[in-house]
Ligand binder design. Structure first.
Ligand SMILES: *Cc1c(COP(=O)(O)O)cnc(C)c1O
Length: 419
């Protein structure tokens, strides 16, 4: 149904109901003023133009009110994180009680493991994907060591089969079937950062829970990209950053999800600070610790408002467009990208991302035989921004918020030329 021509790509852009959104972002440009072809929204999303105004509002109120801004600012800082909760909950398919924005991703994973990784003498192992993002692997290894366990023996890797790139759910099932009595936690990337594979989160939860393992999901590459339906999936916890598909700026705060079934469990071990203490009595500073219900009960500190303002600017855009419309465009855009790559007449190229749109988000990971980093360098010199993973994979994410069908067309034309 697709056609490999510039005219056709431009026609798709004309028909695209979300095409106007691109103008609401700052798209970096080359010296001649042409937009870069930006395919790394999976690493750092572009800046919405309205972000500046949202941050400026808080700077103005800080200038105007000083400490009184906690209550007097147009968007009072005291409950500021609450302004983000509903939109964020919608993006990941959760109830507002289950979601909070706080800290950064790896920090949140640690805080969640304080509560949900409770190893015993016999049940202490952690399962991750063999291609887990390094930070998650380090986090999990350090948790094992923290509990006095051997990081090597305590870690089980869910691997693709020999000669394959993608994970098979039945292999996870086998691991948990055979070793479940020793496994305390599954911590899995919902969308794998390397292959772009979107795993069946609900199935993973069922597999883990059947053997009384806790199940946590890292949604760094999922939030704002796919619709994970966290509540219905039944996973115990999840965390994600907001600077990738959620366009909230470098190092911005992260999201945290704790399933409703744990919302009122005050017995869960957890770290405490004044910000997970009961809001009503927080400033009556002589009260004993009284933990808040839900995800808010994992906060420790009062949060950085300037960063939250950037998140708010972005979430307001997601709220307006809705994940459903974004997802629909995303499937078409990535589908077109895939089609064009498959048109290239060479056996050097292989897409390792699943071809089924239900098993991927917008990212395609393209393996180029006999290529090295010089290919990535040449793309960059042509203002095509992609991500290179050794030994031979280009990761490319056409983002439905701001990438066009023409972007994708031009990128593949250049790739063809360089090969
Ligand atoms: C991007 C990413 C991270 C980054 O962690 P930070 O704590 O935000 O630096 C961690 N895990 C995964 C899976 C990621 O994709």
């Amino acid at each position: 149904m697709y056609k490999p021509t510039l005219d056709y790509a431009q026609q798709l852009d004309k028909e695209d109901k979300l095409a106007h959104l691109r103008a609401q972002f700052h798209v970096p440009k080359d010296k001649e003023g042409n937009d870069w072809l930006y395919f790394t929204g999976n690493s750092l999303g572009l800046q919405p133009k309205q972000t500046q105004q949202y941050i400026q509002q808080e700077l103005d109120d800080w200038a105007k009110y000083g400490v009184e801004g906690h209550f007097e600012a147009r968007n009072p800082w005291m409950p500021y994180h609450e302004f983000l909760t509903n939109s964020m909950a919608k993006i990941v398919g959760a109830k507002p009680l289950e979601v909070v924005v706080m800290n950064t991703l790896t920090t949140n994973l640690h805080l969640l493991m304080v509560s949900f990784y409770q190893p015993t003498k016999t049940k202490y192992k952690i399962v991750i994907e063999s291609d887990a993002f390094p930070s998650d692997r380090y986090a999990v290894q350090s948790q094992l060591k923290f509990h006095g366990l051997d990081a090597e023996n305590g870690l089980i890797e869910w691997k693709p089969r020999e000669g394959e790139e993608l994970l098979r759910i039945e292999d996870l099932e086998k691991i948990v079937d055979e070793q479940g009595d020793e496994i305390a936690l599954l911590l899995i990337g919902g969308v794998n950062y390397y292959t772009g594979q979107y795993l069946d989160i609900k199935r993973i939860a069922e597999i883990g829970h059947a053997k009384n393992c806790m199940v946590g999901i890292d949604l760094a590459h999922g939030a704002g990209n796919i619709s994970p339906e966290l509540h219905d999936s039944g996973v115990d916890f999840a965390a994600w950053c907001t600077y990738k598909y959620l366009n909230s700026g470098p190092g911005s705060l992260a999201g945290l999800f704790v399933h409703e079934k744990h919302a009122h469990n005050k017995e869960l071990p957890r770290f405490a600070g004044w910000w997970n203490h009961n809001k009503e009595t927080r400033f009556n500073m002589r009260q004993p610790f009284d933990v808040m219900p839900g995800a808010e009960g994992w906060q420790l500190s009062n949060p950085p408002i300037l960063s939250m303002a950037a998140i708010r600017a972005s979430l307001d855009m997601f709220e307006e467009v809705g994940m459903e419309a974004l997802r629909a465009k995303s499937e078409k855009l990535t589908g077109y990208f895939e089609y064009l790559i498959n048109q290239i007449d060479t056996d050097r190229i292989k897409i390792i991302t699943p071809s089924n749109p239900k098993e991927r988000g917008c990212q395609l990971s393209i393996q180029v035989k006999n290529a090295d980093k010089s290919l990535h360098k040449k793309l960059t010199e042509n203002n095509i921004i992609t991500d290179w993973r050794e030994p031979d994979v280009i990761r490319c994410a056409p983002v439905p918020m701001y990438n066009s069908f023409e972007d994708v067309y031009r990128m593949v034309e250049k790739l063809k030329e360089l090969l």
